[in-house]
Design a protein around this ligand. Sequence first.
Ligand code: CP
Ligand code: NVA
Length: 303
Amino acid sequence: MAPRPRHFLDLASHETAYLRHLLQLTGRVKAGEFAGRPLKGRTLAMIFRKSSTRTRVSTEVGMAQLGGHALMISDRESQMGRGETVADTAKVLSRYVDGILIRTFGHDEVVELAREATVPVINGLTDLLHPCQVMADLFTAAEEFGDDHLASLRVAWIGDGNNMANSWLNAAYRFGFPLRLACPPEYGPDPEILDRSRSAADVELLRSATEAAEGAHIVTTDVWASMGQEDEQRAREVAFAGYRVDETVMEQADPSAIFLHCLPAHRGEEVTAGVIDGPRSRVFDEAENRLHVIKAILLDLIG
Ligand code: CP
Ligand code: NVA
C-alpha cells in the first residue's frame, strides 16, 4: 500500500520540532535558496470556497517561483459547487495533481479531503483554523525577536475567538509561550482548543483588552466578522466595541512590542489607523512572509 501523504491542516497535530523545521526552511527560502525550480513539473490544485487575496496570490506565485504550477478551482467553476462530494473530489484531483490547498467553511471538510486524498492537503483557512497564517505570524515574530525567543514571547490576542485566535492557541500549545486573549463573552475561542493549549502553556481568557496587552511583545487581532458572518456585522460591532486595538492598548504592551494582523483589516473597527499604519505595525512584512512560508510548506510536502 502507498504510504499516507503528509498534510498541513493545523499546528497541533505536528511536533514542535517539525514546525521549527518549517520556520527554518522559511528563512532559507526568504534568503534566496531554492531558486533552481525544485518543483518543476509539480502541480497544486487550489480550491477556494471563500474569497482570498494573500493566500491565493502567495500560493500561486510561490508555486511559479519554485518552477511548478498552481490552478485555481472556485465553487462557481467546479462540480464541487454543484454538490459533488468531497471524497470524490479528493480521489479525482489526486489522480491529476501533486497537492491540494483548500479554503472552505467547515473544518471537517478539510479533514475529509485529507483522509480521502492520496496527495498532501494544505489548509488555506477554515472557520476553525488558519495554520499557514499563524506560521507567517510566528516567522515574523522570530524575525523581530529571534528564533530562540519564540517560547518566551508574551502574546496578546484582542477580539474575536475566531480561526486566527484558535490558531494562536495551537501555536501556544506547540511553542509554549504565554498567551492572553481578550474576547467578549459569547465570542470566545473553541473550548477544546483552549483546554488543550492550557495543558502546555500559560493561557488566560480575559474580558479586558488593556489587561491582555500588559507586557505583551506581540499584540494581534482580526476582523470582528469573519467570512460567512457578514449578516452578524451590526451585532458584532456592538459586542466588540471595547475590543479595539488602539494607542491606549498598545501603551500597555512591552516597549519592544509589535502589532500583527492577518489582513484584510477594518480600520476604525478592530484596530485604529494609528496602530496598523504606525511604527509598531509589521502587517506588511507579515503579509510578505505568507509567500515564504507557503513555499517552505510546498517544498516540504510536495518537493
Ligand atoms: N490573511 C489572509 O489569509 O488573507 P486572504 O484572505 O487575502 O487570503
Ligand atoms: N478571520 C478572518 C481571516 C481572514 C484571513 C476570516 O475568516 O474571514
